[in-house]
Design a protein around this ligand. Structure first.
Ligand SMILES: [Zn+2]
Length: 382
């Protein structure tokens, strides 16, 4: 990436010297770079610089890349210099995760002593028992839901277990029970057909409970993200006669810049235009759009691949908080144009007075500013 930038800089200097006998202006629109993948897959970047004089009278050049999402009409901005910003407080090397675990244990509703006493139960007319259980995983209705079917799935014995250390078998039990729940409910309520399985891990990632847990949602409408992706995947299929997700993965494998690895059932790439730092996307290789169509061994593969990637991110990117979502297509539609996929993003580290990673650009302009370069993320996680 450094040599790419230095080449771009040389190119800009040459153009300015050769054609324009002017001093540098404050902002120079530099280059649009389009790289073609398979069929309709296109990677579009616009690179600009911003110049300034620092307090020591040095000319400073900052590079910013605008990158267009490969499928959707949305852009991210990559600015690796943002990672160099000073923090408002000195970072003290204290294990805040461990402190969070200790101070939250007494009142944790998901721990083994409390989970069957204080958590909610399903109403009897659902005919699925008080709570769902599989192995050591317990699922129950979210007391503060934002969808008609919104569950929490937890492993009561694992209060202080880091997400990366959750046993794969236990995580599989949670995923399997969640998908069973989708299947059963959809049989009775066909309009509830948009399932997703999600995680807010630790408070900087919006978790109010530090005990590892996932949130299981079955809804009457797709989320904004899923609706856009379903529409765009369908349009791509109509235009190119091919599944976007296959073409996207194949393109990344050929380019060798952002491809990370093949897992049991998912193949991982670093997101070209990330939604947040260190974003990785896992694409299911089998042609399945509907979570309820996954076999038991495929669900196990999904659990294994996801836990191993989380472990990778927590160990190598030092990520102490994160989010993930597993996006299923509409139940029962067997869509050739869509594919089950997973996104994992890291969030800020757990420490007092941290600077949030969602500012006006992300919240009010829907344009994420990212400091982790995807090509470096892929190298780090390979
Ligand atoms: Zn707990």
């Amino acid at each position: 990436m450094i040599s790419f930038f230095s080449n771009v800089l040389k190119c800009v200097v040459a153009i300015l010297k050769g054609f324009l006998d002017i001093v540098f202006v404050a902002v120079i629109y530099v280059i649009e770079r389009v790289e073609r993948g398979l069929r309709g897959v296109v990677f579009v970047k616009k690179i600009v610089n911003s110049e300034m004089i620092d307090q020591y009278n040095n000319r400073v050049i900052r590079w910013i890349e605008y990158r267009k999402d490969v499928l959707l009409d949305r852009w991210s901005r990559l600015s690796s210099s943002r990672a160099l910003r000073p923090k408002p407080t000195e970072t003290i090397r204290v294990n805040f995760t461990s402190i969070m675990h200790k101070i939250s244990e007494d009142k944790c509703p998901l721990c083994v002593e409390k989970i069957f006493k204080v958590t909610t139960r399903f109403p009897p007319e659902m005919h699925i028992g008080d709570r769902l259980k599989r192995g050591k995983c317990v699922l129950f209705p979210n007391y503060y839901p934002f969808a008609p079917y919104h569950l929490v799935a937890a492993l009561p014995e694992h209060h202080s277990t880091l997400l990366k250390d959750v046993p794969i078998k236990a995580f599989f039990d949670c995923l399997y029970a969640s998908i069973e729940f989708f299947r059963k409910v959809n049989e009775e309520d066909k309009a509830a057909k948009y399932p997703h399985i999600n995680c807010n891990y630790m408070p900087p990632a919006a978790a109010s409970i530090v005990h590892p847990h996932i949130q299981v949602i079955l809804d009457y409408k797709p989320t904004n993200y899923l609706a856009s992706v379903l529409r765009a995947s369908e349009a791509y299929f109509r235009r190119y006669g091919s599944n976007f997700w296959d073409d996207y993965l194949e393109s990344e494998i050929v380019l060798e810049e952002r491809f990370i690895s093949h897992g049991d059932v998912l193949s991982w790439i670093a997101s070209f235009a990330p939604l947040a730092n260190y974003e990785v996307i896992g694409i299911l290789r089998r042609e399945i759009s509907d979570l309820t169509e996954l076999s038991e061994s495929e669900i196990y593969g999904l659990a294994r691949d996801l836990i191993l990637m989380i472990r990778n991110l927590q160990n190598r990117a030092n990520a102490s908080s994160l989010n993930f979502s597993i996006y299923g297509g509409p139940i029962g539609e067997n869509r050739k144009d869509y594919r089950i996929h997973v996104r994992v993003i890291t969030r800020k580290r757990i420490e007092p007075f941290y600077v949030n990673d969602r500012g006006f650009m992300e919240v009010l302009h829907s344009e994420p500013v990212i400091s982790s370069m995807p090509e470096e993320v892929a190298k780090m996680l390979r």
